[in-house]
Design a protein around this ligand. Structure first.
Ligand code: F6R
Length: 611
């Protein structure tokens, strides 16, 4: 949600802020703004809509002189997207400019408090309350630092803050709680950002702010203080990817580029963990004895990461014979969950910052559970708070719809399933070996699918006018359908549902009529015949069927389906890893045909740091 960037240095700040925001736009894109400090003046420019409007309005920053500033790209929570509700927010007396990511839960109460003191508000946002409260205390204390701590003691909720004060034209203040914020160490300049992508062009040396910390940045130093106002020394990290990883590299969309990167991303995720024909999870401290002590595994995640968990449940239970429950993080938090020290909680998150997932993880930890997380963003909050973390090496994912991160999460979860099965002695050595060998063949098989996407493009051009589409499947194909359906609806805005095929007859089949498009997922061999019966069932009601199956079932499927996509053969447990690629491409080409803004779908944003 929302992107924040801040710069203090020797160069003109505005173009640097705008460039940083362009890399953060995927976090929110309904309005953007910057504030630059020069000679004790806070110069503000904001614009509704895409960042391009702001770039044009400020002549790419040229209209705002000054070497210190903050910027923001917004995903609206409180108050509609318009120029006034955009950030940065200026306090009534013009002393404070502030950008905020997160939600201030007690903003109404604070707003009333300030209004009673004569403060007038310009916007409807929760964020402006923080700017006004800061100025209110600053006018009393004449110290931004002291006033900021007073504010932090009063506000409730989640925040990453970037702050300028007109009277202190050499520094940026920053604070964080439950929303990501990074410090970037440059040469004669320093940065804040909500995401490393905004920094890598300028510096690869970063530090992650912790909850409760306050940072004071000048061009020559960054000082950080904890909640008790004590100075702390931050550990610095080196970001080891190139700026090109966050650029389109000739592709029309990040999403297509990221789909094409899936074989490499999976290779990077599995290779370091395959040694001498065995799975080695060096980062995992869990012992056999500890694993034996768990009565069950509970997987917690949101959205596509949740779908990885649904697939993982089938594979973990089948291989390791440990009961697995998969719960949406947003539900887990409030269901008085039955987890304790005998529960292993697996948390799955690309960003490592999803608020619901983080809150659910904290709830589980508070109840004694042990947490193992699968995370893509190194140093993110979920990664840092887990007992163990296994990183996916997908690289930066910019398109809002996840693709390569999904694939790396899935293969890593499958590796965990196999590792557990082996550790517990629940899999025969030959079977283990066959499955491990197959993991290393997956990237090649993914490449084969990607080399021939013409069929998918063709079907998309045939079906893009459908307004309602059903995905059906059994077992792993059902779980795969959940992801195929989500991908389609989020970027093409076509209504779609995923159903376990066996459930159709219990109600949903009433919606199938002449011409309804049904995507029949029939890759899972043990249930192919049953899948075929469901195809026949919907065909009999007039449905058009696009089937996804494996090469060996193609001929059989041709007898009933109207159109067929095939994937190479693999071990059953890995079918979703191959099957998801045609579904991602199908969603992509459907959205392309409909002229949708694929990388930035309406109402969505990458990294959901609000509840
Ligand atoms: C869908 C998508 C979302 C995320 C979900 C969880 O394409 O990207 O459904 O999967 O918001 O995000 P993470 O994995 O960052 O916790």
């Amino acid at each position: 949600m929302c992107g924040i960037v801040g710069y203090v240095g020797r160069e003109q700040a505005a173009p640097i802020l705008l460039e940083g925001l362009s890399r953060l736009e995927y976090r929110g894109y309904d309005s953007a703004g910057i504030c630059v400090s020069a000679d004790g003046r806070l110069q503000l420019s904001k614009s509704k809509g895409r960042l391009q409007n702001l770039i044009e309005k400020t002549e790419n920053g040229a209209l705002l002189p000054g070497t210190l500033g903050i910027g923001h790209t917004r995903w609206a929570t409180h108050g509609e997207p318009n120029d006034i509700n955009s950030h940065p927010h200026l306090s009534q007396g013009g002393k404070i400019a502030l950008v905020h990511n997160g939600i201030i839960e007690n903003y109404l109460e604070l707003r009333q408090f300030l209004q009673a003191k004569g403060v007038q508000f310009a916007s409807e946002t929760d964020s402006e309350v923080v700017a006004q409260l800061l100025e209110f205390y600053y006018l009393q204390t004449h110290s931004v630092f002291d006033a900021l701590y007073m504010v932090l003691h009063r506000i409730e909720g989640a925040y990453a803050l970037g702050i300028l004060c007109a009277d202190e034209p050499d520094r940026i203040y920053a604070a964080r709680k439950d929303a990501p914020l990074l410090l970037g160490y440059g040469n004669g300049c320093n940065f804040i950002a909500s995401d490393v992508t905004a920094l890598v062009k300028h510096t690869r040396t970063v530090a992650y702010m912790e909850d409760g910390e306050v940072a004071v940045l000048t061009r020559d130093s960054i000082r950080v203080f904890d909640a008790m106002e004590q100075e702390v020394q931050k550990e610095r990290h080196f970001v080891d990817w190139e700026i090109s990883a966050a650029e389109k590299g000739g592709y029309p969309h990040f999403m297509l580029k990221e789909i094409m990167e899936e074989p490499d991303a999976v290779r990077r995720t599995i290779s370091p963990r395959l040694k001498g024909g065995r799975i080695t999870l060096d980062d995992l401290t869990l012992t056999r004895q500890e694993l034996e002590g768990f009565s069950r595994i509970c997987i917690i995640a949101c959205g596509s990461s949740y779908h990885v968990g649904v697939i993982g449940k089938y594979n973990i239970e089948k291989l390791a014979r440990i009961p697995v429950e998969v719960t949406l993080a947003s539900e887990f938090r409030y269901c008085d969950p039955l987890v304790d020290e005998k529960t292993l909680v697996l948390v799955i998150s690309q960003s490592g910052e999803t608020l619901d997932t983080m809150a659910a993880m904290r709830e589980a930890k508070a109840r004694g559970a042990r947490v193992l997380s699968i995370v893509n963003v190194v140093g993110s909050s979920i990664a840092r708070e887990s007992d163990d973390v296994l990183y996916t090496w997908a690289g930066p994912e910019i398109a809002v719809a996840t693709t390569k991160a999904f694939s790396t999460q899935l293969v890593l979860l499958d590796m965990i399933a196999l590792y557990f099965a082996d550790l517990l002695g629940r899999i025969a050595p030959e079977r283990y070996q066959a499955l491990v060998d197959e993991i290393s063949r997956l990237p090649e098989k993914m490449e084969a699918i990607l080399q021939d996407c013409k069929g998918i493009q063709h079907y998309a051009s045939q079906y893009f006018n459908h307004e309602s589409i059903f995905f059906i499947g059994r077992n792993l194909d059902y779980a795969l359908g959940l992801e195929g359906s989500l991908k389609l609806k989020e970027i093409s805005y076509i209504h779609s549902e995923a159903y376990a095929s066996g459930e159709l007859k219990h109600g949903t089949i009433s919606l199938v009529e002449q011409g309804t498009l049904v995507v029949a997922l029939s890759t899972y061999s043990p249930l192919f015949d049953k899948a075929m019966s469901n195809v026949v069932e919907v065909k009999a009601r007039g449905a058009q069927v696009l089937a996804l199956t494996t090469a060996r079932h193609r001929a059989e499927m041709e007898k009933n389906a109207d159109a067929i996509l095939t994937i190479p053969e693999t071990e059953d447990m890995f079918l979703p890893s191959l099957g998801v690629i045609p579904l991602q491409l199908f969603a992509y080409y459907m959205a392309l045909q409909r002229g949708c803004d694929i990388d930035k779908p309406r109402n969505l944003a990458k990294s959901v740091t609000v509840e």
